[in-house]
Design a protein around this ligand. Structure first.
Ligand code: ZN
Length: 464
């Protein structure tokens, strides 16, 4: 292990040195999408952040087991068990079944993340395929006395768990549920902060489409329980890193910790990594404000999708980022410029400028400082290092940055048609064993500024 990662842990509110539970494999869990609507660029910022973290760990020599959930059960429009079911609302809006809606938006999610070179998690776990695991966890909580039942749902009793709220540092009494007038609250809930583990398909939920039978009665799981059940299923009761957006801290992740640790009696995730929001023209993105963009919108305006990835890297993950078309244009220029430069480099020789690469990794290991890492990268690009070394170094850097530069380096030259014709002529001469002619053509090609090399797969041409 060359580099030691230092990362801000929301749990301690400090930058900590990352010490894995098990040296050979790091377990990382990411809260995935709720598949009832289009993935927008605010979501994508979060997933690029996770992707960078994962790539840094891999570049530092760890193997990473990355698990992400897909919330396809549908949960309520508010994080706090209030409002309508998001998936059913999506289905109603689109005139499709909830299953069709979930499938469509899951595919849309992965199409979007692929365009941004976001590595697919090793395990993608759908909530609907893990109902049994969720029920088992609920049973465990019930056995230990952490639950109570109303006609409407089974709740986690937060008064039984004194550490509730340790992620936010918030006192229990401070937490109020945003009891807006339009929302319906179960009148039998003991405490506003208690949250549902299992809803029964009765009353306001009697028409709920997705439903499963259980020993408690027919119903569907609450949102929070799926992440606890699936992360522990694949990563164990205690695992290394849990990630998500900052909007998850106060409710979703707080509830995940409470129910997981209440059930197992041991620490849930050791490091909590949270990504800041993306703003658009200085405003928070929201569906209702109609100021949210998808990667499709970016592409339709003529931008390369990786421009957005580059833009995200120019800001620290714990800082807000303000998206404007102008800032995207600046990123497109920078990325184009970089591609033009690396196009001229030779991939022949994968030498690495170790010192500058180490500096780059040190920067990233310092709480994922991507803006500074880009500065180190550009410093190297503009330095007077020999280009073969630059090429090797940037390929190493790009394993973390994920800007797809390799493609540009390997394709670095466009061979003019005239040269290609000579190459073909020479191949024919070689095949008919006319080596004198083939040598003559080789020299002619050399005079025109290209070198030809013979390989098993055929000749390769490089610009001198
Ligand atoms: Zn989650």
């Amino acid at each position: 292990m060359n580099n030691v990662l230092k990362i801000f842990n929301t749990l301690s509110r400090k930058i900590e040195e990352f010490v894995p539970i098990n040296n050979s494999q790091v377990g990382m869990y990411t809260c995935g999408p709720t598949v009832y609507d289009y993935t927008h660029i605010g979501h994508l910022r979060k997933y690029v952040g996770d992707d960078i973290l994962r790539r840094i760990l891999v570049a530092s020599g760890y193997s990473v087991k990355h698990v992400m959930n897909i919330t396809d059960v549908g949960h309520l429009t508010s994080d706090e068990d209030l409002g309508d079911d998001k998936l059913e609302k999506g289905a109603k809006d689109r005139g499709e079944s909830v299953w069709e809606v979930a499938k469509f938006f899951e595919e849309y999610f992965f199409k979007s993340t692929n365009l941004l070179n976001i590595l697919r998690p090793n395990i993608v776990a759908k909530a609907t395929e893990h109902i049994g695991e969720q029920l088992k966890l609920i049973e465990k909580l019930e056995d230990k006395g952490f639950t109570y039942q109303t006609p409407e749902a089974i709740y986690f009793d937060t008064s039984k768990y004194p550490d509730y709220g340790k992620l936010t540092g918030q006192k229990l009494e401070d937490k109020k549920v945003g009891a807006r007038e339009e929302v319906k609250v179960d009148p039998n809930k003991k405490n506003p902060r208690d949250f549902a583990l299992w809803f029964f398909t009765v009353g306001r939920f009697s028409n709920h489409v997705m439903r499963w039978s259980s020993e408690y009665g027919e119903g569907f799981p609450g949102w929070h329980i799926e992440c606890s059940a699936m992360s522990m299923e694949y990563l164990g009761n205690t695992f290394d890193i849990h990630t998500g957006g900052i909007d998850h801290i106060s409710i979703h992740h707080t509830n995940e910790i409470a129910q997981s640790e209440a059930a197992t009696g041991v620490q849930f995730a050791k490091y909590w990594v949270h990504h800041e929001f993306l703003f658009v023209n200085g405003e928070k993105m929201s569906k209702s404000k109609k100021n949210f963009y998808t990667i499709e919108d970016i592409v339709n305006k003529g931008f390369d999708p990786l421009t957005l990835r580059y833009l995200f890297l120019t800001a620290h993950y714990r800082d807000k980022i303000n998206f404007t078309w102008k800032s995207l244009e600046a990123s497109q220029n920078a990325l184009n410029n970089l591609r033009e430069i690396v196009r001229e480099w030779s991939i022949d020789n994968e030498k690495v400028a170790k010192e500058v690469y180490d500096k780059f990794m040190d920067t990233l290991n310092n709480d994922l400082n991507t803006p500074q890492a880009l500065a180190v990268m550009w410093g190297m690009v503009k330095s007077d290092l020999e280009t073969s070394k630059k090429a090797g170094t940037i390929l190493g850097m790009d394993k973390v940055l994920g800007l797809g530069l390799e493609e540009y380096i390997s394709k670095k030259i466009e061979v003019p048609a005239k040269i290609m014709k000579l190459v073909d002529e020479r191949e024919n001469a070689r095949k008919s064993k006319d080596f004198e002619k083939s040598d003559k053509i080789r020299k002619k090609i050399k005079d025109l500024g290209f070198t030809i090399k013979d390989a098993f797969s055929g000749p390769t041409i490089k610009k001198d």
